[in-house]
Every structure is written in C-alpha cells, then in structure tokens.
Design a protein around this ligand. Structure first.
Ligand code: PDD
Length: 290
C-alpha cells in the first residue's frame, strides 16, 4: 500500500499519523504523567543521541517510570522512525507516558507505559531570526520550585511553561524567560539562556532550578574550547538587562541571538561577536558528527 504522510511509532508499531492514538485513560493525557525528549537529525543522523537517551533515563527514574525498552532499543526505534519516513533533516519527539489505567493517581493503575515517536521534516527557522536576533520578555510566572516539580525532569507536564508562553505571546516576544522562586533568571519556556558581559559567558547554574539542556552543555564545552571564560551563576534580571550579548539554546534552534529584552536593546541591538562565534562553532560541531 502506498502511504502518504508520516508514520508514527506507537508502542512498537509504525502507524499512519491519523491512526496514531493513545487512550483517553492514558495517565499522560489525564495527569500530564510522562516524560519526553526532543531531538534533531541532520543528514540522516540523530545529533547527540546518547545524551538525549541518558536524560530520558534520568527523567524516567525521577518519576519512577520503567522505560519499556532498553536505551539501545529506543535508539534503534528512533533511527527506524527516520528510515521508515525517509527523513534526513528531521524534528523528532519521543514521549513515554505512564500508560493506560483507571482514573486515579497511583502509577500502579497503569500496567505498561506508552511510548510514542513523532517525526517531521525539519523546517529551517527563518534566517532573519539569526541575522537580527529575537526579543524575549521576562514573565511573571515563576519556574517550578525544584522541590515541587523539578525542572531537571523533562516532563510532559508543561503548564508552568505554557503559562509563561501565554504571557510572552501577550507581550509580543519570541520567548518568555522565567525567573526562579527567588527571582533569579532561570530559563526560557523551551530554551536555556546565556549572556555575555565583558567577554565572559554566563548562564544560570543548575542550582537555579533549570533543565540541563543538551545544547547548553555543548555550548559551554565549545566556549571553553574557544577560550571564552564560562561562568555558571545565580543571575539577576538586572544583569541580563545590562548584558553585552544574549542568546538562547535548544536542540531545534541551536544558538539563537537575543537582541531585545523587554523592549530594550541588548548591547548594540544586533547579534554579538561571541554569540556569532558560538553559532559557528555549533554548526561546525554538527558538521563533524553527520
Ligand atoms: N525544549 N529548557 C526547557 C524548559 C526546555 O523545554 C528545553 C528544550 C531546554 C533546552 O534543552 P535542549 O538543549 O536539551 O534541547 C531548556 C525542547 C526543544 C522542546 O520542548 O521541544
């Protein structure tokens, strides 16, 4: 049979996306009880796959979820998702939810987790975004307290981020930046944040209560290789506002310059020199691996 459209992996099978369904009794749907990873494939190869798998495992452990397959087998399923869909440049999302069970919070109600892999052709972000940079706004919604729902868990329970996103959309900005419970800069709704002051690269430390981004780790590594001093710290919103340069990172946008914060220019209002170096270093790293 000729198939058009994407095939989605659902619990061991690839099915047309119209048939890719999980139950309304899945606790992922009922309670946001699940975890996920977003990955990107370049030229048919999944970038930093082992890092994403390692984080998926950490997230699973943090919520007491048994992954349905070994990490190796999950890697195989991700690669197969690319092959069956004939994708080389791809966005990929793997999601594991608690599974189908009766109503009630007890995870034991769900005998088996549900695992889904969604892929789509990667649509390049407009070049303009990188050439001009984006505006971010600092939102009122605070990042979850780590003792409440740790931001280090890549959870599908996303209301904290969605409330921040709604605020940033109202403000007309590209990304909302959340502060932590103490008022320090934490992260974006789907990104980590960096800034440069007097040649030093700063990013919120893990104690702030953030997701340890795979891209964040790579960018810090690349910066050190470039002999750019890197400091993980507790960052005040004032320091961000006074930065010479600023950028966001995540798996899909890579390194994205921020040129305005809450209506005020960052530095000269154009992407900075260190940001440009790191954007180039990131692209080089991608080229080396694919
Ligand atoms: N988001 N912080 C948050 C809250 C995120 O959701 C993400 C990623 C990041 C960056 O992580 P990484 O560099 O590993 O992609 C930081 C992905 C892209 C998403 O939600 O689809």
């Amino acid at each position: 049979m000729l198939r058009f459209g994407m095939l989605v992996y659902v619990n061991g099978k690839f099915v047309p996306k119209e048939e890719a369904l999980v139950s309304v009794f899945d606790h992922g749907y009922l309670y946001g009880d699940g975890i996920y990873e977003t990955l990107r494939a370049y030229n048919g190869k999944i970038f930093l796959l082992s890092k994403h798998l390692a984080r998926l495992k950490l997230s699973a452990e943090a919520i007491g979820l048994n992954l349905p397959l070994t990490l190796d087998k999950i890697g195989d399923a991700l690669r197969e998702a690319l092959t069956v869909n004939k994708l080389r440049e791809a966005y990929m999302r793997i999601q594991v939810s608690r599974g189908t069970g009766d109503i009630g919070l007890d995870p034991a109600l769900c005998p088996a987790p549900s695992m889904v892999i969604i892929t789509k052709p990667f649509k390049d972000y407009p070049e303009d975004l990188y050439a001009k940079g984006v505006e971010v706004s600092i939102v009122n919604t605070r990042r979850n307290h780590p003792a409440s729902l740790s931001p280090s868990i890549k959870s599908t329970n996303f209301l904290n981020n969605i409330l921040a996103k709604i605020e940033s959309l109202k403000a007309g900005s590209y990304e909302g930046i959340l502060l932590n419970w103490e008022g320090y800069v934490a992260e974006g709704t789907i990104s980590n944040i960096f800034h440069v002051k007097k040649g030093v690269l700063y990013t919120p430390d893990l104690k702030t209560g953030i997701l340890e981004g795979v891209t964040r780790d790579l960018v810090m590594h690349l910066a050190r290789k470039e002999r750019i001093p890197v400091k993980e710290a507790q960052i005040k919103p004032r320091e961000l506002a006074d930065a010479d340069e600023c950028f966001l990172t995540n798996t899909t946008v890579e390194v994205l310059p921020v040129t305005r914060i809450d209506g005020k220019d960052v530095g000269a209002g154009t992407p900075g020199a260190i940001t440009a170096r790191l954007m180039a270093a990131y692209r080089d790293e991608v080229t080396k691996h694919v």
